[in-house]
Design a binder for this molecule. Structure first.
Ligand SMILES: [Zn+2]
Length: 299
């Protein structure tokens, strides 16, 4: 075993032995940015160059659902997917969804769906080297699970055991119910706290919004760092104010989410250059694209 690999294995074992309580029942959820950064260095290779975001649909809900205590003002929730671009390929974070799943979310109300951008997401999935998802809800997984190309995309899509279990046993909607035949085609893995997904890329286990939720840390070659938090908060005010959602149609682990929001809030102050990105915050998406922190198209 070469020195680099044995160091990597030793670090993984150390991290695994030090942190056993958080996701196994006892104790509150916690994470350490220092440990995440160390995990991001385990897989050799050049780090990613940039991250792109595409909005393929919108949901129109008043803000009080996204941030409890906020006024019931009209607000736009973006539905998005992310593309992490490496020098020699790209990794997708979340997969978009087709119009049938979009209509499920609309509950009979017409909401915007952008077919051109949805097609961009589809092309990016086709060319991706690897696909991961922040969690097992339809607007994040249907682009693979409910796609006519599911069988071809599954072998490069990495799901956690927990995400797969939910898709099999209690999918958010019938369209994303996983069959045994399809399930057998995915890369399925499990981890306790942090998982090195690629050079500079780490999955952070964060059950709460769903059992299979995880955040995705990305450190670029330039040194800039991002944390794609999925649906831990629907709007960044949730992080700024440490406020959970107030949406009666979802069931979340409030204790875990409060711990996650508290951690993110602390990070936003201790490491202000770390870019914390909420999947559905449309105001934040526009600002990050405007300032060049995220690209606004897939490549
Ligand atoms: Zn979502």
């Amino acid at each position: 075993m070469n020195a680099l690999l044995s160091m990597a294995v030793a670090s993984v074992l150390l991290v695994a032995s030090m942190k056993t309580t958080a996701q196994t029942g006892s104790g509150e959820w916690h994470a350490s940015l220092a440990d995440v950064r160390a995990t991001a260095a385990l897989i050799p290779g050049r780090r990613p160059l940039r991250i792109n975001v595409v909005k393929f649909a919108e949901s129109r809900r008043t803000k009080n659902f996204s941030v409890s205590g906020a006024p019931a003002d009209p607000s736009v929730q973006a539905r998005t997917a992310f593309q992490v671009v490496f020098a020699d390929g790209q990794v997708m974070v979340d997969t978009g969804m087709d119009e049938q799943v979009h209509r499920f979310f609309g509950r009979g109300v017409e909401e915007p769906y952008d077919r051109d951008n949805a097609a961009q997401v589809e092309r990016a999935l086709t060319s991706a080297r690897l696909i991961v998802v922040t969690h097992e809800h339809g607007d994040h997984v249907a682009g693979v699970v409910h796609s006519p190309r599911a069988a071809a995309l599954a072998p490069k899509t990495m799901l956690t055991r927990s995400q797969l279990q939910t898709l099999i046993a209690s999918p958010q909607m019938p369209e994303i119910k996983m069959t045994d035949e399809l399930a057998a085609r995915f890369i399925v893995m499990d981890y306790d706290r942090y998982f090195p997904a690629a050079s500079g890329m780490v999955l952070i286990k964060a059950p709460g919004h769903t059992p299979g939720s995880q955040m995705v840390y990305v450190a670029l070659d330039s040194g800039r760092e991002y944390l794609l938090i999925g649906d831990v908060a629907w709007h960044m005010d949730g992080v700024r104010l440490v406020k959970t959602k107030n949406a009666p149609w979802i069931t979340e682990d409030q204790t875990a989410l409060t711990a996650q929001l508290t951690w993110l809030n602390q990070l936003s102050r201790s490491d202000p250059r770390l870019v914390i990105v909420a999947s559905h915050d449309d105001e934040q998406r526009l600002e990050l694209v405007r300032t060049g922190m995220l690209g606004g198209r897939f490549e």
